[in-house]
Design a binder for this molecule. Structure first.
Ligand code: SF4
Length: 238
C-alpha cells in the first residue's frame, strides 16, 4: 500500500480487494442464493468500504458485514438489525442525520463519526478466519493514520475490542492488558519512538447483534449509555 493515500483512495482499494479467496467465493454464492424477501435486490457482494465523516472524533469498529445486510445494500450496517440499533443510537446523540438507513442511496450521513470493521467481507456463519482478519488489518491501520482527529474508539463487541487492541499493538503502541465488559472506559496514551503522543479513549460495549438484543443482554438504555459516555468524552465532560 502506498504511504501517501487519501481515505477515498483507500476505500476504493478496499472495494477492489480480493485477498481472501474463501470470502470472494462466499460473496458470489450469497448473491446467487438470495432469500425470497430480497430477491429483487442487486446485491453489492464486494468488500464494504468504511464510511463517515473524515474529520470524525469517534470511530466505531464493527466485526464484519452481514450477508443479507451490508453485503446486500453496499454500506456497513445498512439494512440489518444491528444497524438499526447502531444508527438509532448515533442519531439520538447527534452523530447521524437519520435514525435508520435501509439503502445506500438514502442520504444517511454521519457527523463526527466514522464506521469501520475488523473485516470488510461477510464471512460464512459470521466467523472470519484468523488469516482473513490479518489480511484486512492493514486497511484499519491505514484508517487510523488518516483519521487524525479520532479521540474515542468504540469497538462493538468482544472480538472487535480484541482486534482493535491487536491493531494498536501492531502499530508499535504499548497497550496494557485490558479486560472486556459493557461500558468500560480506558484512556490510552499512544506513542512510539517516532510518533507524537496521541491520546485515545476506548469505550467498550456489547455488540448490538440480535443474539444480544433479543435476549436482553443488551438493552436500548444500556446501548445509549455508551453514546452518552462518548458524547461526554468528546465534550471533555467525562
Ligand atoms: S476481508 Fe478484507 S482482506 Fe479479505 S478480501 Fe475482503 S476486503 Fe480483502
Amino acid at each position: 500500500m502506498k504511504a501517501e493515500i487519501s481515505l477515498k483512495e483507500l476505500q476504493d482499494m478496499v472495494v477492489r480487494c480480493r485477498k481472501c479467496p474463501r470470502l470472494v467465493d462466499y460473496l458470489k454464492d450469497i448473491s446467487k442464493h438470495k432469500p425470497k424477501r430480497y430477491r429483487d435486490w442487486n446485491y453489492w457482494s464486494k468488500p464494504l468500504p468504511s464510511f463517515g465523516d473524515p474529520n470524525a472524533r469517534v470511530l466505531i469498529v464493527g466485526l464484519a458485514p452481514a450477508a443479507q445486510g451490508g453485503n446486500r445494500t453496499g454500506r456497513m450496517f445498512t439494512g440489518d438489525r444491528s444497524g438499526e440499533w447502531l444508527f438509532n443510537a448515533l442519531y439520538q446523540f447527534g452523530f447521524a442525520n437519520q435514525s435508520n438507513s435501509l439503502r445506500r442511496d438514502d442520504d444517511f450521513k454521519l457527523n463526527d463519526g466514522y464506521i469501520t470493521a475488523t473485516i470488510r467481507c461477510a464471512p460464512p456463519q459470521n466467523k472470519p478466519l484468523p488469516e482473513e482478519i490479518e489480511n484486512c488489518r492493514p486497511y484499519f491501520l491505514k484508517e487510523l493514520d488518516l483519521l487524525k482527529n479520532i479521540k474515542v474508539i468504540v469497538p462493538l463487541g468482544q472480538i472487535a475490542f480484541a482486534q482493535t487492541l491487536k491493531s494498536l499493538k501492531s502499530k508499535g503502541f504499548d497497550i496494557p492488558s485490558l479486560s472486556f465488559g459493557h461500558g468500560r472506559i480506558y484512556l490510552l496514551s499512544l506513542r512510539t519512538q517516532h510518533s507524537e503522543l496521541r491520546t485515545i479513549t476506548l469505550i467498550t460495549t456489547y455488540h448490538p447483534s440480535q443474539q444480544n438484543t433479543q435476549t436482553g443482554k443488551l438493552t436500548r438504555p444500556m446501548f445509549h449509555r455508551i453514546f452518552r459516555m462518548v458524547k461526554k468524552k468528546i465534550e471533555n465532560k467525562g
